[in-house]
Design a protein around this ligand. Sequence first.
Ligand code: ADP
Ligand code: MG
Length: 226
Amino acid sequence: RAAELAQMEKMNLVSALAASISHEVRNPLTVTRGFLQLLQSPDLHKDQRIEYYELAISELDRAQDVITDYLTFAKSDSTEFTVLDVKSELEKVVSIIEPLANMSSIKIEQTLQDECFTIGSKQIFRQALINICKNSIEAMPDGGNLSIQLAVIHERVSLTISDNGQGMSQDQLIQIGKPYFSTKEKGTGLGIMVVKNVVKEMNGEILVNSELRKGTTFTLLFPPVK
Ligand code: ADP
Ligand code: MG
């Protein structure tokens, strides 16, 4: 049942991100097309020809990277637990949610410490982080800051994700994570439930602080691995 619900939320995320994926792929393709057109010119200097050629290739690489990222995220059958480099997972997640943040003029600030390791599955961990970040982005429809911090504090891998968005009332705070609890018109009310399950699976702890019209901070704590 929980797996089914997780699957539903995943599909919802995928469809919500679809618009930004096509945007992110279309951009480099358009730029590449421009360079190829320039390369048609017969009286182009050799240096310029090389430069346009290299730029076109790097734009195609960019498009490919975007596709790889989204497809990695879409297929979630690899739930094997391994040592996770939390910083690199966060960087991956930021690259996935960046286009969505850009659409709402949200600035992403990161302070990420190296050498933060814990045990978990890449797929479900990324899914949880994406769900939290997506909620933060949705809580700031008119822009704001998404701040992500990672450090080892008191011998725990501590990860905080803060926004200065709508925030939650005391009553909402009590209810988040209950299946289908949503204050959104088209919400699934499954995102935080998935997050809670993932954090539990990874022997972690989750803390939520929120104030109406001020913002929300999610803190995730995990056992460190040296
Ligand atoms: P959904 O996003 O589909 O509504 P979630 O389980 O992801 O479902 O979130 C449940 C509810 O928790 C949201 O509808 C919202 O009311 C609240 N919530 C979660 N994260 C935030 C946040 N960062 N800021 C404000 N409210 C939030
Ligand atoms: Mg959500």
